[in-house]
Ligand binder design. Sequence first.
Ligand code: ADP
Length: 259
Amino acid sequence: TAQGNAASLPKSSIPGVKRIIAVASGKGGVGKSTVASNLAVALSKSGARVGLCDCDLYGPSIAHMFGSNERPYQNEEQQIVPIERYGLQLVSMGFLLDDDSPVIVRGPVATRYTQQFLRQVAWNDLDYLILDLPPGTGDIQLTIVQTVALDGTVIVTTPQEVALIDARKAVTMFQKVNVPILGIIENMSYFLCPSDGQIYHIFGKGGGDHEAKRLGVPLLGQIPIEMTVREAGDEGHPIALEDTAKSASSKVFHEIAAK
Ligand code: ADP
């Protein structure tokens, strides 16, 4: 099969990058971009040189989460030069498109664009490149996992069964092309109510842990639902920049990065 062949093709690395890690989810809205951004920030704060690439052509959100509307420029070699923010190097595939123009590129064009794009960025000596994949298992994700030498992937899910079902599909995609699954991150695991001090499992309980055990991969962390996570994202200042003593989720992101 085409997929079988692709699995055995040599995959290429990306110039200027030591390790490439993809952040994936089966479903949209589970917090994949939030997790990718905050992991990148936490890794960077631990001293690594980190880049973050938003591969979501159809709904990019990394620029927003880093409060940037700067456009990257192209250097003399026609490479895209990443934007610097909080010490990270950032690029969105959507940076090259107009803010208000709906993206109407179809599968084959998106595939070609993705392949070109990933090789055209002038990353400056990165320890880690975090790829924020689009949700699901469509053309762009397949192109990336088949052509880029990923060192591993983390799968983001909520504890809810519908999110887990789709997460399983993403896991299967990575296993087919022999990309190691570093673990599962469960987002929106619980809500600690500030007024009564009770924990509420809004999207259910234990789903991420159960799935991780089933797959034999680690559950890397459980991130609570916190107003400050959403606010920080909207304000362009990811929560992982916050003191870990002041934010439970910032603490979890730093713990995951240390693994
Ligand atoms: P995805 O990339 O999976 O589509 P996003 O990262 O864009 O999801 O998150 C969707 C929305 O949920 C955003 O508004 C984000 O701020 C919010 N969000 C994500 N994780 C949390 C969390 N742990 N607590 C509160 N809000 C969150």
